[in-house]
Design a protein around this ligand. Structure first.
Ligand SMILES: [Zn+2]
Length: 139
């Protein structure tokens, strides 16, 4: 990952791989259900391959290089945006797009992990790529 991420990001990131356990949905889901959201329309944390909380990647399955790369993109997004803005953009992206796949923070991470998977030997700066999305107002 050193060809794509700065050393401080890699040094600070932590990885937890769960076995026989899963991350539960956020407590505020109960409030969303009271507001009229339907459970099936909300992203189910238990079904996600991995979830990143600031600098900690929690995976429900053994990490592939591509999955680790994807989650490290989220670490960079957290670093650049800070937790409050990341959370606001994530939730706002979900509400505007209507599904997990249309959250711009996810679209950014998927685009970059696709690029990595297509050519793992061709280095690029994830920090620069995330910053370009921020500058263009795409997140
Ligand atoms: Zn993601």
């Amino acid at each position: 990952m050193q060809s794509f991420f700065p050393a401080p990001t890699l040094d600070s990131a932590r990885v937890v791989v769960l076995s026989g356990a899963g991350v539960g949905n956020p407590l505020f889901y109960a409030e969303l259900l009271r507001l009229g959201f339907e459970l099936g329309t909300l992203p189910d944390f238990a079904l996600m391959a991995a979830i990143t909380f600031i600098d900690t990647v929690v995976s429900h399955e053994p990490l592939t290089d591509r999955l680790l790369f994807h989650e490290l993109v989220h670490v960079v997004q957290y670093e650049k945006l800070g937790l409050p803005e990341f959370a606001a953009k994530y939730a706002g992206g979900f509400l505007r797009g209507g599904c997990y796949e249309r959250i711009p923070l996810e679209m950014n991470a998927y685009q970059l992990d696709e690029r990595f998977a297509a050519a793992p030997a061709e280095s690029f700066s994830v920090v620069d790529e995330v910053q370009s999305w921020i500058n263009a107002g795409r997140l």
